[in-house]
Design a protein around this ligand. Structure first.
Ligand code: CMC
Length: 452
């Protein structure tokens, strides 16, 4: 990739005129290696005294990155130049982790070494077990994930210094390795079963299934087709450019916060139903629909401006076409349900019919709303035996490598600055301070008296 300053020089600037002041400002246009050109407005405030306003960052590139590329209109997702469908068909999750972190697919020797490094870090500090015991048994596993991952910084002091390359690498390996153990333990804790230690002769996905579903009293044999499905699930969730949780990780990291704290912040952001929490919400929605005959009613609700209901697993900020991950996920769902003799699963039938009806409906066509990665993933996880509360945990396990790769890229970027957005202020202008006795008696906080 061309050096940043180099491609800045190549750009033809765009001129911004201010009719009121007659002032003009030249905005350099940056060209990436793919995707739309980008206006470089870094000097805008200094030169014009104006900010830009872009709630939800719909038109704002917050950073430059060479990890993931998405063309939402064509439904393309590539990691380091490789198409997600090729990666899902040919690679395993460990290879994709290496690719995201290091920029290239590994040679067989490097893959072996990398796998060994990751498996060497799968165990958790034994003291962390007591942390789990502090949670209620009915705690949402994502709440446990936020707490335990944040707490890693209290245990691994030798990898919290972001300015040391060696520590950054160790923290990255630790997070990729331990996140699966932490997720499996969150599940075990919620059902009152003993924690199961990792087994390093298993692959990443097999190990996760072993820690989640095996019990000390019985032999557990991982079903290779299910392990393959979980491996693909992790690949499909591994990274997704500057989404809400990744941006959260970057913003938290921009202040120099340690990597464990940053990933905990990313997990918190992922939890929301508009983001990673959607896979859980899809199953709840399908269960609520409960019968194919009720689909039209829910389609109408989704289209009704006065109803807050949305078709969960549909629509995406970036994809205005079929999410390529959803295509792969649909095929995996079919394979898993076939293997488990669950092809007659009523939720799958509702999902397929719902997708069919929505894709033919003018509202969804006009707004370019297609199934996203979450639409079929919940069906797979449910069939395998995961409770819905674990769905977003699996998303977090897959995404950790993306978060840490993006965090590392940001730290290593010479133009890395603390993230500090500005605002369009809409509050009161300067006013004189009022002493308590002179303030109006009428309370504006009426709701306070009603709440307990
Ligand atoms: N059902 C019905 N209408 C929808 C939906 C939906 N799922 N998604 C968007 N719309 C409508 C929305 O009402 C709006 O209509 P109008 O222009 O008339 O006001 C229009 O489409 C644009 O929606 P938006 O909310 O402005 O778009 P956004 O880019 O801000 O939101 C989204 C993207 C993913 C939050 C949204 O599509 C949504 O809420 N989808 C359901 C939740 C979901 O599946 N989330 C998972 C996202 S993929 C996994 C991940 O990356 O985390």
């Amino acid at each position: 990739m061309a050096d940043y300053e180099e491609y800045k020089k190549d750009s033809k600037p765009l001129t911004l005129f201010n009719d009121e002041t007659g002032q003009s400002f030249q905005i350099p246009v940056l060209k990436g290696n793919d995707g739309p050109d980008v206006l470089d407005i870094r000097d805008l405030y200094k030169e014009t005294g104006m900010f830009t306003y872009d709630p939800g960052f719909t038109s704002t590139a917050s950073c430059k990155s060479s990890i993931t590329f998405i063309d939402g209109h064509k439904g393309i997702l590539r990691h380091r130049g490789y198409n997600i469908k090729d990666l899902a068909a040919n690679s395993d999750f460990i290879e994709v982790c290496y690719l995201l972190l290091h920029g290239e697919l590994p040679s067989s020797t490097d893959k072996e070494k990398f796998e060994k490094v990751i498996t060497d870090h799968t165990m958790l500090h034994e003291q962390l077990v007591y942390l789990y015991r502090g949670f209620r048994r009915d705690a949402h596993p994502m709440a446990i994930m936020v707490g335990v991952v944040g707490a890693l910084s209290a245990f691994y002091h030798d990898s919290t210094d972001f300015s040391d390359l060696n520590q950054r690498m160790i923290a990255s390996h630790r997070l990729i390795a331990k996140i699966a153990t932490i997720g499996a333990m969150a599940y075990k804790y919620s059902i009152g079963q003993p924690f199961v230690y990792p087994k390093n002769n298993l692959s990443y996905a097999e190990n996760f299934l072993h820690m989640t579903f095996s019990v000390p009293t019985e032999e557990y044999k991982v079903n290779p087709l299910i392990a393959n499905a979980i491996d693909k699930f992790f690949i499909l969730h591994a990274d997704h450019e500057q989404n809400a949780s990744t941006s959260t990780v970057r913003l938290a990291g921009s202040s120099g916060a340690n990597p464990f704290a940053c990933i905990a912040a990313g997990i918190a952001s992922l939890w929301g139903p508009a983001h990673g929490g959607a896979n859980e919400a899809v199953i709840q929605m399908l269960e609520e629909i409960s019968d194919i005959k009720n689909i039209p009613e829910y389609i109408s609700k989704a289209k009704d401006k006065n109803d807050s209901f949305r078709l969960m697993g549909f629509g995406h900020r970036v994809y205005k076409n079929y999410d390529p991950r959803a295509e792969v996920m649909k095929k995996i769902a079919h394979d898993v349900l076939k293997e488990l003799n669950k092809l007659e699963d009523p939720l799958l039938k509702i999902a397929i019919e719902l997708e069919k009806i929505a894709l033919q409906d003018q509202y969804f066509i006009d707004k370019k709303l297609y199934p996203n990665v979450d639409f079929y993933s919940g069906i797979i996880l449910k069939a395998i035996g995961f409770p819905t509360s674990m769905f977003t945990v699996l998303f977090a396990i897959g995404r950790t490598v993306g978060w840490i790769s993006q965090w590392k890229e940001m730290i290593e970027d010479p133009i890395n600055k603390i993230g500090r957005p500005r605002q369009l202020y809409t509050g009161s202008q300067s006013r004189e301070y009022q002493q308590l006795e002179t303030r109006e008696k009428k309370s504006i906080f009426k709701w306070l008296w009603k709440s307990k």
